[in-house]
Design a protein around this ligand. Structure first.
Ligand code: IMP
Length: 194
């Protein structure tokens, strides 16, 4: 069974492919020949995930899914959350975003945070949502070169390493995205597996 994964983020494609282990096939927007960047204009992960999936379903009529992820920091009342990609400004890159976050948290001893992923899958025209959460803490400095986004400053609960010090297999043992995907796969298996 094949799905279009509505993303241009190759790190996300790598993580999802690792998690799927070949049971379902995904193709990225680039693989599907869809060369657009879908905006994320809404105030919730759910609405942005829905927007991306619906856009691709309307263009292709094929089974597809999208995901939106935010880093929710307790001491910042859940920020940057849905604004994680643009935390330091519309043109900000990951380094800018991490620097802003570390600055905002510099006086805080409460370093608790979580990544939250919402997947919206459109299967035979029907929308379904799956959520995955990974609790952890924000470091005071960056560690590691793997991964992407805020990975170098986030240590998941139960680990001594940041996500950026892990390979994809290790990250997927903890990851928010993998947890949401596992729920989606459980649903698909219950519906289609013989
Ligand atoms: P989006 O889901 O692509 O909109 O991501 C929102 C922001 O969170 C971007 O800055 C991403 O780089 C970051 N982000 C999303 N997923 C992860 C992750 O698994 N680790 C670290 N940062 C992430």
């Amino acid at each position: 069974m094949e799905f279009i994964f509505a993303t241009n983020n190759l790190n996300k494609v790598k993580e999802i492919n690792n998690a799927l282990q070949g049971n379902y096939t995904i193709c990225s927007l680039k693989d599907a020949g869809i060369l657009i960047d879908i905006p994320e204009p809404y105030n919730t992960l759910e609405d942005n995930a829905r927007e991306k999936a619906v856009t691709i379903y309307q263009m292709t009529g094929k089974n597809c899914f999208s995901e939106d992820t935010g880093l929710e920091v307790d001491a910042l009342n859940g920020a940057p959350g849905v604004r994680s990609a643009r935390y330091a400004g519309d043109q900000a890159n990951s380094t800018d975003n991490m620097e802003k976050l570390l600055h905002e948290l510099s006086a805080s001893t409460n370093r608790n945070a979580r990544f939250r992923t919402v997947i919206c899958m459109i299967l035979e025209g029907k929308k379904l949502f799956f959520e995955g959460i990974c609790n952890g803490t924000i470091l005071r400095e960056r560690r590691g070169d793997e991964g992407f986004g805020y990975d170098p400053i986030f240590i998941p609960e139960g680990s001594l390493k940041t996500f950026a010090q892990m390979d994809t297999n290790e990250k997927n043992a903890f990851s928010h995205r993998k947890k949401a995907l596992d729920k989606m796969i459980t649903y698909l298996n219950s519906r289609y597996a013989r």
